[in-house]
Write a protein that binds this ligand. Sequence first.
Ligand code: UDP
Length: 378
Amino acid sequence: MDTLIIGCGFAGTTVARVLAERGEKVKIIEKRNHIGGNCYDEYDEYGVLVHKYGPHIFHTSNKEVYDFLSRFTKWYDYSHEVVGNVYGKIIPIPFNLNTLMIVFGEEKGQQLKQELIDTYGKNARVPILELQKSSSQGIQEVAEYVYENIFLKYTMKQWNQKPEEVDQSVTARVPVLVSYDNRYFQDPYQGMPAEGYTKLFENMLDHQNIEVILNRDAKDDLTFDFENHKVYYLGKEFTGKIIFTGAIDEFFDNRLGQLPYRSLRFDFEHYDQDYYQSKGVVNYTVSEDFTRITEFKYLTGQDVKGTTIIKEYPEVYKDNQQVPYYAILNAENMAMHQKYVDLVKPFSHFYLLGRLAQYKYYNIDGIVEEALTLTKQL
Ligand code: UDP
């Protein structure tokens, strides 16, 4: 075995495939009883393809990433659209010029549109915290609506913090769009794996040089000699590469502190009707305890009787008990993560990769890009 990979999500699987094609023998150790990490999907008891760990929608501007994944799947041509339910009124999200007209009416909407175009330019993407800085009264009015009705309560639910308290990059993921584009993402490549994510992973892992071990916690197999910077696998010194994609704090028994995460609880509901809602995702931006409802049939294009939805309830993460979905980006947490990075640095063949190991807010394409970059360095 040349390389040991901990975790079978997009980070680990991408590296495994590239190295296997180079002729390396790769072993992946996965704690869960399935491949695919949080992108894992499966058919529920009603035959509806659902994402067990919440909706994952692929989109990218990176052609290399798109081409790489396209070797393992065909795509269902899906452009994701989201609407907000604001006191019963349905509005397109991200807030765009269509939303502007719905909220402010045509006449005032046209004036505000002109002001937005004059200030930021056509097709601009303006983060809410940026919009709030405007000195124009009209733009202030737009900013106030967007902040109060789209960001404030949703962000409080999701992070238990106000929009200005979370890292700016988080709310900037959903900017105000100075265009009539109702899509959630503006990337040139978007879509869903035609036969689902799990099938995509099966295809990526289908290589004679890749072995996958499920239901196994790598923590039980690996020991670290911190004095001599040696790693032992099943009691024997292992000098090959180790790509670690799990939660680094938990792996090292929280010895340098427990990294905070935001977790989620998912409630699935099935309905004996064709569709439940008007779009793939409805965000509940001012009401309810859940943040959003996803209806899978829209995402997958599946032709099936009945429909399954998922409600996302943000949860506190403690004692490594829940699933760590989101890193909470702030200076203190990143400093703690850096201590873990420093801890493993002397182990020259030990690499941290992915959302958990790097304590980052990655999209699928970001992880695949980072994994491909790592394989070029190796
Ligand atoms: N957000 C919000 N209202 C919305 C959509 C997003 O307040 O209707 C904020 C919220 O803080 C959220 C962040 O923007 O965590 C990023 O949203 P995104 O949909 O990208 O989150 P993800 O799909 O990664 O959970």
